[in-house]
Design a binder for this molecule. Sequence first.
Ligand code: ADP
Length: 505
Amino acid sequence: MKLSISGYLRSLRFRIFLIVFLSSAIPALILTKVALIIYEKKQTESDISAVISQAQTLNNQIATTGFMENPDLDYLTAEFTAIGNANGGRIMVINSSLGIVYDTYGVDAGRQILWSDAVRAVNGETVSYFDRKNQCIIVTVPIPSFTRIDNSKSADRNQVVTPDGSAILKSDANGKFSGALMIIRSELYIANNLSFMRDVALEILFILFFVSVLLAIFISDRVVSPVKKTTEGIVKAREDPATESMPELSYTEIRQLIHEFNEYHRKMKEIDASRSEFVSNVSHELKTPLASMKVLADSINSMGDGAPIEIYRDFMKDITHEIDRENSVINDLLSLVRLDRAGVSMNIAPVIMNDMLEHLLKMLKPLAEKSEVDMVLESFRPVTVEADETKLNLALMNLVENGIKYNHSGGFVHVSLNADHRYCYIKVEDSGIGIPADSIDHIFERFYRVDKSHSREIGGTGLGLAITWNVIMLHHGEIKVSSIQGSGTEFDVRLPLKYIEEGTK
Ligand code: ADP
C-alpha cells in the first residue's frame, strides 16, 4: 500500500517521531530560555547590590565633606567622574529640595529632578531596579544628614570625624536626609553576554535537534517494525490460508494482536475444513440414493419383457423410497442452510408451549403407532415462551421423532414441560436403544450417525440434531443429552421465557 502525505502524517511512525522529537526539543528550548533569564536576573541583582554599597560609601563622603553646600570639591568630583566612567554611566547628587547639585554629565546641574525615584530617596528610601529598555541599572540612595558639634565633647556612636579631622559630626537626631545620590550604571555587557550565550545555545540546540531527529527516526522505526511485520504476516496469511501461525513475539500489545489473529486464522481454517467436509458429505448423501436408483433402474431394464409385474412394482417401490430419502436430505439441508445464515430472521412471538407440544405429538402419533411406541405428554404448568414457533417446532419434532425412531416396539417416549420465572424446561425421554458413550459428543454434528445403515433404514439424514442444536442456540437456550446404551436417552432443553435480542446477551 502506497502512503500519501496525509496518510504518512496520520501514521503511527510519524506520531512516534513527533513525540520523540518534541519531547527532547521542547525541554531543550525551555531550559535554554530559563538559563538565560536566570543569568540576567542574577547578574543584575549582584550589580545592583554592588552599586548600592558603592553609593553608601560615596554618600558618607558627601555628607561628611559638606559637598552639598560646596559641590566643587575636586577630589570628590574626580572620584564621581572615575566611577561614572568605570560604570559606563552617570552620577547625580540631588539635594533635599530635589535640585541637582552635581551631574557627571554636567548637563542637568542646577535643574530640578522630578523622578519618583529621587522623591522616594530624599525621604529615606533606597530605590533600585534594572531598566531593560535602556539596558542599565538605576540606584538612588538617600544621603544622611549630619550636624557639626563642639570638638571638646566626647564622641559617641553616632558621631563621625570629618575627613580632614577638623570637626566632629553628629547624625541628625530626627533622621532627616540631606539629599540623594543617583547612580546609573550601564548593563550593556549583560546584553552582550546574553547574545553570545544565545549564539552558543543556538549551535548546541541545532546539534541537539539533529541528534533528536536521528533518535526519533530510529525509535519510530523500531516501534513500528513489529506492526509492519505483523501486517506482512496477515497479508501472507490472506494470500495463502495454509500458512503457519505467526510467532507471538514483540511487545505485549502486538503479541496480543498476533495471538488474536492466529486464533482467528485457526478458526477460519477450521471453518474452511468443515465447509469442505460438509460439501463432500452433502455430495455423498445426495449421490447414495441416486446410485441406488440407478442400480434399480438398470435391473428393471435388464430384466426384459418377461419379468413379472410384482417385481416391477417392488423395484418401483424401492425407487420411490430412494426418492423420498433424497427429498428428505434436500429438505433438511435447506433447513440447515437457512438456520446457518448470518442474520437469520427470527419470527418471534409468544408461543403456548403446552399447545405446541400437544399438536406435535398428535402429528407424530401415526409414526409412534406404527413403531408401537407409547407417547406421553406431561405439562406441569401453562408455559408461554417468546420464540420462533416454526423453527422451535422443527427442533422439538426432531427430538421426539428420534425418540420414536431409535426405540423398541413396546417402548415409550415421555415428553415433559415445566418452567420457572425465567426459563422453560422441556425433557424428551425414551426407552430406546441409547447412544454409545463415545458417540454422545458427536451426535449434534452434521451427517453424524451412530449406526449409518440403521439410520438410513429408518429414514435418518444425520442432520436432525444439527438443526435442533442450531434452533436452540438461536433462542439462546441450552440442550443436554444423557444416555445409557440399551436402556434409553434423555434430551433436556432449556429456553429463556423472554427472547434475548442479539447484542443484549
Ligand atoms: P438422524 O436423521 O440420523 O436421526 P440426527 O441428527 O437426528 O440424525 O441424529 C444423529 C444420530 O444420533 C442418529 O443417527 C442416532 O444414531 C443418534 N440418535 C439421535 N437421537 C437418538 C435417540 N433418541 N436414541 C438413540 N440414538 C439417537
